[in-house]
Structure formats: structure tokens, C-alpha cells
Design a protein around this ligand. Structure first.
Ligand SMILES: [Zn+2]
Length: 882
């Protein structure tokens, strides 16, 4: 094919195949895990009576089990549960119960061998309702009628065992039939519809739910409280939004989109959604995200509800994205489940990819892939470190499983699946996914099963390409250079490994090898002209001499590109003709090459200098992110004021083009860019922005309608960072009087951003009170450190109040939150403090997170020493334009 051809040509330049996939197909017996597979549950009938005052649960269950080989002991999962009774087949065999707190197991010893075959295991137990978002938790939330309490669950990866004893590993699929006793005025929601409700005491009722299909225990859900529900029909399935009383109508946008998505997914996956109903449940605290429980998805309230009075129109984009992600899991995760947490990426990478695909389908004007470019960038940043891990990784226990929920699993998984779909073709890829769904419905799968289905559907080799991206860590670097031969241009490509690692650790990274599908196109072309499966090095025809050639055309591939001087000069000249995707990709690669000392600061800041103020939001967003990173790393440096003046001068013309009061729909990229610029310019000390933000905030206090919802977040933030006593008190008053979760988050966070040390200290003290739900505590402490620029104050506070905070926030506080918090420091002395901080390293997962944080701090320290002086020099030579 020639260079001008619109058709993509495939040139497979094959050496030996890269370390081919060694992973076998799914097998129940070969699946890793702690529990023996000699006794297998098939059906749970669970009865729970939670007491919302004493925060305890009285429970009992009958589990139908299949004893596969004669054993005297049954081992199942339990943590913080007291088992008061355990018997088999109607009480004939009472068991001795022993609990292993570290292993999170209960062993039931029946004294003599249980005959193989079907048995009924009956257990009675008591468990706890937690203040932190694991297992069954409570949330106290404000309403017009005072504080109310509700309960909800969060069980992934391994917290069903905090509610009832069970085989709490994803491979043990069984049906669950729940009966729960709740106050008479509560609405209780679980995976399936209610089959029966009966009063059991003057003010209590017993609610029974239909049995679920076969599913993994982590997908069980129970939410109950003074809730209300709105519903719609989607092809025979009842879709509902459940929220605290008075708020369900704010779920209308989510409800309408859930109906559309259900139809789209029924078709895409080739399997109809198998439950009679799907509820979307808004929980006003307890956990921060969303969870794909089968038939009952839970969301942190502001991720589901849309309130036109207090939400920017653009907030719908985030709501749609989370909804599309969790609904994709109803198939990819719930119907077909990864056998073990080593394949978590299959669930998360796929759902993260599908959320974008669905947004492109229903809201193409949002340009979701372009504007979401940062997800891949973030995954790549972590994947370029020594502490990266393959997206398929060994997971020995639940504390390590927790660490797998990171940007490498989600974002690299998402980016890799996008690259693979692009390489295989969208229809062929979908056919492979349908095969995979049909073959593994109501069961489990491994990554190898997906590759086999895709190979069967497409006839292309998938496993070898995939293995090089999923079974090894690291980011490929494609090095491209152009030369002129006999009047025609030739492009040479070779691969290396891209890394940003701390020099202080004297660290080198081992070489790796990939099969990289590399797309190449002429600057400004609508289509790529070639796809090269790069396995080593290659040389290809690339148009006329001097023609600008873009590698990683369209920003679809998961790799970095470093251009030689000729190829780079041509691209810089053609920069404005590149698509927005390619401009973002070029800038992002240029920036990290500077961070890796592979390029001079000018190779990034030069093109930024030449950007037009009316360039696309994603392009300026890339610049704002790089500038924010530079600004944070410059804390306490004498050169910071000059750097901030430089950055203000670059960004201010972009803001001046937009102005404060834009017209238009309110759901456009200008609205979002305006908000980002106000925030960034405020942080970099733009006096005009600060003055105007404060003026508008003062007006807003008198007349709440005077400030458009899209400006509420950035204006509050700028008022927060510059707050004096009066502004701080005004922000706190707004947070305290609101019953809307998005408003409470906004104003508490704005208050926590105050640079003033006294006010920062007051925010920290607030995190010890009952005023805040536990969900906000970690975020506010981090905000004091980051936006408030008071990391030492926050760290001293954490150490002083460790026991109180740890008890309330749960086990994640010491082994996840603290190591991540410490990355607010950029010096090796604080890395040493973390290294010596024993509580963070009590679990395997804590040690993993700590190692990652130590490297992040060391990289920051290193970039400060190595890169910031180069930036200073560039800034000195390029003073702010008048
Ligand atoms: Zn997910």
C-alpha cells in the first residue's frame, strides 16, 4: 500500500513471538485462593436483623453445600463475626468453631468425616455495622427533618465475610436468598425484587427477596433507609433510581440513560440482562465511588444524582460515565466473573473502556476519548516506574487485592483494550466478546479465555500481542526518525522501554519487549495510512521528504513516541494541522520525555508557547496539568514566583478569550475549560481572577442565583485557597446548611484549601468530629496538604490522632491512605519517615502501597533537582509577554 492510501496496511515484522501467554483457561480446581475446594456452596438462605442503634447484626443462614470429598472440617470466610451455632443437616452434627483473624477464615470442625454429597449447613452469628465503607456500614446524613441514618454495603473485593460467613472468593458462585428485618418506614433494596413483606414487631418488618442467579459473594447488596424509588421500563426490565426521601427525582437523568444503556448492552454483549430489575442506589456517604452489585448498583450520591440548582450541566458527563461503567459490569464482571483477583483488570479494564465507547455512542459531542486522554496518561505515569506491576498480577490475599484497584489496572487495561479493538476491528472484536459471554455466563473466566474467543472470532493472533501488554509491566517507547532516500522519505522505528525512575535509588529498569500495533499517518490526514505490528525494529515508506509523519496516530496506542530531530522538526512545523488528539498526544509525550531527561525543557515549553488561545480544551488541559505538577513540585523554592508569573502569562489569554460569563448550552468544552482556568490561575496567584472570584462569591452569599452552577466549584476553590476568617466561616456555613452531598463536598473541600495555617488547623480538628461522614475525612486531610499547602501540619495531625482516625476510617487508613498521603512530600527525609512508619506496613497490601509511595516521593525529589532548573532557565529566557 502506498503512503497516500486511506486503507490501513498491516505489515507484521515478526521476530520470534514475545513471551507467549502461559495462562491456562478457567478451571475451578486450579483457581487460586485461600479456601479449600472440597466443600462448595450452591445456595445461601440468609436472614439478617441489623440493629442501627447498637450497630450489630443478628444473623443466621442455611447454606446448601456440595461436599466433593470426605472431610471433617469446613473452612469458609469470616472476619469480625462471632459464630454462635454451626450444625449440619438439622443439628445432627454440631461443630467446633475456630476463627483465624489474620486469614479471615472460620473453620468448622465436625469431628468426623462428612460423607460426600449434598448437605445443609446451618449457622447463627453476630456481625457488626461499620462506620467505614466496608461490609455493612451506616451513614448519617442531614435532612430538613434532622440527621437520619441508613445502611448499605460495599463488598468488593472481599468484605461479604464481614456480614455473613461465606465462601468469599469470586470462583464460589451460588444463589443468595435474603430476608432482612428493618424499621417499618424503611425501604430495603437488594439484588432482586421483594417477594414478601410482613410486620414482625410494632415498628419493624421482615422483607424477603427473590433468590439471585448464581453469582459471586462480592456482588451481594443490601441498602435500607428512609428511601424512595422512581422507575422506568426497559424492555421488560424495571430500572429504578433509589435515593433518600425527596431526592429520587434528581435521578431522572441517570434513569433515562440507564434505559438506553440496557438496550445498547443487551445487543452488544449478545445476552439479555438476566435479572427482572436493576436499581441505581444513591448513598450519601460511606464510600466514595460506585459498585456494580448485580441488580443493585450503589453510587456515592453525587455520582448519580443531578440537581440543576447546584450542579453544572457538565456534571452529566461524569454521571453518564460512571453509570455506563457500572452497567457494563452487569455483564463483564457479574454475569462472567474473573476467577481470581489476579485478573481484576478483565473486569475493570473492560468496563472502563466500555464507559467511553458508550459515551461516544450516545453523546458524540462530548468527545470522550479526546477529553479523557488523561486517564491513559495517568496509567502510563505509574507504569513507567519500577514499582509498576503487570495488569495481570499475582494476588496472594485480600490486602493485595485492594492494591490492584489502581490506575494501572483500570487505565492501562482500558487503553490496551481500546488499542486491541482498533487493531482487530470493532465488529470482529464485538463478536469475540459475544462468544466469550456465551461460553462463560454464570461462571468465571481468565484472560486467556477472552483471547481465545477473540482469536476464534477474528482469525488473528491475539494472545502474543496481549501477553506483552498484560503479563509484563512497563510502557513501550517507539523511537521514530525520518530520512530522505532518492527523493522519498523513509521512517525508521525501533522500540525501547520508557521509564521515569529516581536517580537517587541508582535504579535502572530491565529491558522489555513488546508487540506494538503502531499506527502512522500524515499530519492532518483523516485516517492513518499504516499499521505496523512492531516487534523489534522496522523501516517503512513515509511519503515525500520532509512530510510530517505522526506516530501513534489518533492517540489510540499504549506507548510513548520519541522523534528524532528530522521527524520532530517536521511535526512541530505542521503542529496546527494535526488533529486535536494528535496535538494532545504529542504534547503529553514531549512533557514526559522532559521528566525522564530524554529531552530539554524547550521541547515541551516551546510548542506550548506557540499554542493558540482558542485551541481545544483537551490541549489546554494537558498544559494546565503539566503546569500544576510544576507548581506543586516548586513548593518552597525561591524560583516559584517567577514560574507562576510565567504560567499565568501563558494561560491568561486563554481565559480572556472565554471570559467569566460564557453563553451557549452550559454543557460544552468552553464551560469546562473556563472552570479549569479559574482554578489554575487562582492557584498560580492571578490577582484579577482572585479579586473577581471573591466579588462573585460575596454576591452569591446575598443572591445564590447570581452565580451560575458551572462556576460554583472553581469560585469556591479560589475563595477557599485565599480565605481569611470571614470567607472560611462562610464556606463552612454553606457546607453545614446543605443537605445535598455535592454541595457539602464542594464547600468543605474549599474550606480545607485555605493556605492560612490557623484555618488549616481548624479543618483538621473538624475531621475528628461527628460533623463529617467518614467518606470526607481522608479527602479533607489531603486537601489541607495539597491545595492548602500545609503537608507538615496535616502529617503531624495524622500521627497525633492515629488511633482515633484509624478506628473510624477502618483498615485502609493506615495501609492505603497514609502512604498515598505522603506523596504530598517531595523530599527524601519524608520518604524515610514513611519507610520507618510501621503501621503502614503491617499488611502485604500496605507494604506494596508504601513501596509505590516511596518511589513517587523519590521521583519528585529527583525531578526537583534535575528538571526544575531547566524549566527555570527556559522561563528566564522567555519572560512573560506584556
Ligand atoms: Zn469497575
Amino acid at each position: 500500500m502506498n503512503w497516500r492510501s486511506a486503507l490501513a496496511a498491516l505489515i507484521a515484522l515478526v521476530l520470534a513471538s514475545a513471551g507467549a501467554s502461559a495462562e491456562p483457561s478457567f478451571s475451578f480446581d486450579a483457581t487460586p485462593g485461600k479456601l479449600p475446594k472440597s466443600v462448595v456452596p450452591t445456595r445461601y438462605a440468609v436472614e439478617l436483623a441489623p440493629d442501627l442503634q447498637s450497630l450489630s447484626i443478628a444473623g443466621s443462614e442455611v447454606v446448601d453445600v456440595d461436599v466433593r470429598e470426605g472431610v471433617a472440617r469446613v473452612v469458609l470466610s469470616a472476619v469480625n463475626i462471632e459464630i454462635t451455632e454451626a450444625s449440619l443437616d438439622g443439628g445432627a452434627k454440631p461443630a467446633q468453631v475456630s476463627l483465624d483473624a489474620a486469614a479471615e477464615t472460620a473453620t468448622l470442625d465436625f469431628g468426623s468425616v462428612i460423607a460426600p454429597g449434598a448437605h445443609k449447613l446451618r449457622l447463627a452469628f453476630t456481625a457488626k455495622i461499620n462506620s467505614f465503607g466496608r461490609g455493612l456500614f451506616f451513614v448519617d446524613y442531614p435532612t430538613e427533618a434532622g440527621t437520619k441514618r441508613m445502611i448499605s454495603t460495599q463488598l468488593e473485593p472481599a468484605d461479604a465475610r464481614r456480614i455473613f460467613p461465606c465462601w468469599d472468593e469470586p470462583v464460589f458462585k451460588a444463589t443468595f436468598a435474603l430476608t432482612v428485618t428493618v424499621p417499618q418506614n424503611f425501604l430495603a433494596v437488594s439484588n432482586t425484587p421483594v417477594t414478601k413483606e410482613e410486620p414482625v414487631a410494632p415498628d419493624k418488618k421482615r422483607v424477603s427477596f427473590a433468590a439471585t442467579p448464581k453469582m459471586s459473594s462480592y456482588l451481594f447488596v443490601l441498602s435500607a433507609g428512609e428511601l424512595e424509588r422512581i422507575t422506568a421500563d426497559a424492555d421488560g426490565v424495571t430500572v429504578g433510581v433509589v435515593a433518600t426521601r425527596g431526592k429520587a427525582e434528581q435521578g431522572r437523568f441517570a434513569l433515562e440513560n440507564a434505559v438506553k444503556l440496557l438496550g445498547f448492552y443487551n445487543d452488544y454483549f449478545g445476552q439479555k440482562y438476566p435479572l427482572p430489575k436493576l436499581d441505581l442506589i444513591a448513598v450519601p456517604g460511606g464510600f466514595g465511588g460506585a459498585m456494580e452489585n448485580w441488580g443493585g448498583i450503589t453510587f456515592f450520591e453525587s455520582r448519580l444524582l443531578f440537581d440543576p440548582a447546584s450542579s453544572a450541566d457538565t456534571a452529566r458527563r461524569g454521571i453518564f460515565s460512571v453509570l455506563a461503567h457500572e452497567m457494563a459490569h452487569q455483564w463483564f464482571g457479574d454475569l462472567v466473573t474473573t476467577a481470581w483477583w489476579d485478573n481484576l483488570w478483565l473486569n475493570e479494564g473492560f468496563a472502563s473502556w466500555m464507559q467511553e465507547k458508550a459515551a461516544e455512542r450516545f453523546y458524540p459531542q462530548w468527545k470522550t476519548w479526546l477529553n479523557g486522554y488523561g486517564q491513559k496518561q495517568y496509567g502510563m505515569a505509574l507504569d513507567a516506574r519500577r514499582t509498576s506491576h503487570p495488569i495481570q498480577q499475582t494476588v496472594i490475599d485480600q490486602s493485595v487485592a485492594m492494591t490492584a484497584f489502581d490506575a494501572i489496572t483500570y487505565n492501562k487495561g482500558q487503553a490496551f483494550i481500546r488499542m486491541l479493538e482498533n487493531y482487530l476491528g470493532a465488529e470482529a472484536f464485538r463478536d469475540g466478546v459475544r462468544r466469550y459471554m456465551a461460553a462463560h455466563a454464570y461462571s468465571n473466566a481468565t484472560t486467556a479465555d477472552l483471547w481465545q474467543a477473540l482469536e476464534a472470532a477474528t482469525g488473528k493472533k491475539v494472545a502474543d500481542i496481549a501477553a506483552s501488554f498484560t503479563e509484563q509491566e512497563g510502557v513501550p517507547l517507539v523511537i521514530a526518525e525520518a530520512k530522505c532516500e532518492g527523493g522519498a522519505q523513509r521512517l525508521s522505528l525501533r522500540q525501547d522501554r520508557f521509564a521515569v525512575v529516581p536517580a537517587s535509588a541508582n535504579a535502572s529498569v530491565p529491558a522489555k519487549h513488546w508487540q506494538v500495533p503502531v499506527e502512522i499517518g500524515a499530519a492532518g490526514a483523516a485516517q492513518p495510512s499504516k499499521i505496523v505490528l512492531l516487534d523489534g525494529s522496522a523501516e517503512i515508506d513515509a511519503g515525500a521528504c520532509g512530510e510530517a509523519v505522526k506516530v501513534n496516530f489518533g492517540d489510540i496506542g499504549y506507548y510513548r513516541v520519541e522523534y528524532g530531530p528530522n521527524a520532530r522538526a517536521a511535526l512541530v512545523k505542521a503542529f496546527s494541522r494535526l488533529s486535536a488528539e494528535d496535538r494532545v498526544n504529542f504534547l503529553a509525550d514531549s512533557w514526559v520525555l522532559v521528566l525522564a531527561s530524554r529531552a530539554d525543557a524547550a521541547s515541551y515549553l516551546g510548542p506550548v508557547d506557540a499554542l493558540a488561545p482558542n485551541d481545544r480544551r483537551a490541549v489546554w488541559d494537558q498544559v494546565i496539568n503539566a503546569f500544576t505538577q510544576l507548581d506543586r513540585l516548586s513548593r518552597d523554592r525561591a524560583e516559584r514566583p517567577a514560574l507562576e508569573a510565567y504560567m499565568r502569562a501563558r494561560l491568561r489569554p486563554v481565559f480572556d478569550r472565554l471570559g467569566w460569563d460564557g453563553s451557549g448550552s452550559g454543557d460544552d468544552d468552553d464551560t469546562l475549560l473556563r472552570a479549569s482556568l479559574i482554578r489554575a490561575l487562582g492557584e498560580f496567584g492571578d490577582a484579577g481572577i482572585v479579586t473577581e472570584a471573591r466579588r462573585r462569591f460575596a454576591n452569591f452569599l446575598k443572591d445564590p442565583k447570581s452565580l451560575q452552577p458551572a462556576l460554583l466549584d472553581p469560585v469556591s476553590h479560589v475563595v477557599g485557597i485565599t480565605a481569611d476568617r470571614e470567607a472560611y466561616d462562610a464556606l463552612l456555613a454553606l457546607a453545614r446548611k446543605s443537605t445535598a452531598t455535592n454541595e457539602r463536598v464542594r464547600y468543605y473541600h474549599a474550606a480545607a484549601s485555605a493556605h492560612d495555617a490557623t484555618l488549616a488547623g481548624e479543618t483538621l480538628s473538624l475531621t475528628l468530629t461527628k460533623e463529617l461522614p467518614s467518606t470526607l475525612v481522608g479527602g479533607l486531610i489531603s486537601e489541607v496538604a495539597q491545595s492548602g499547602r500545609q503537608p507538615q501540619l496535616a502529617w503531624d495531625f495524622i500521627r497525633k490522632n492515629l488511633d482515633t482516625l484509624g478506628a473510624r476510617q477502618g483498615p485502609d487508613f493506615t495501609d492505603q491512605f497514609i502512604p498515598n498521603f505522603m506523596t504530598n512530600f517531595h523530599d527524601l527525609a519524608h520518604a524515610d519517615e514513611l519507610r520507618q512508619f510501621a503501621p503502614a506496613q503491617a499488611t502485604t497490601g500496605g507494604r506494596v502501597t508504601t513501596a509505590r509511595a516511596l518511589e513517587a516521593i523519590a521521583i519528585s525529589d529527583d525531578v526537583r533537582a534535575r528538571v526544575l532548573p531547566l524549566v527555570d532557565r527556559f522561563v528566564g529566557e522567555h519572560p512573560a509577554r506584556p
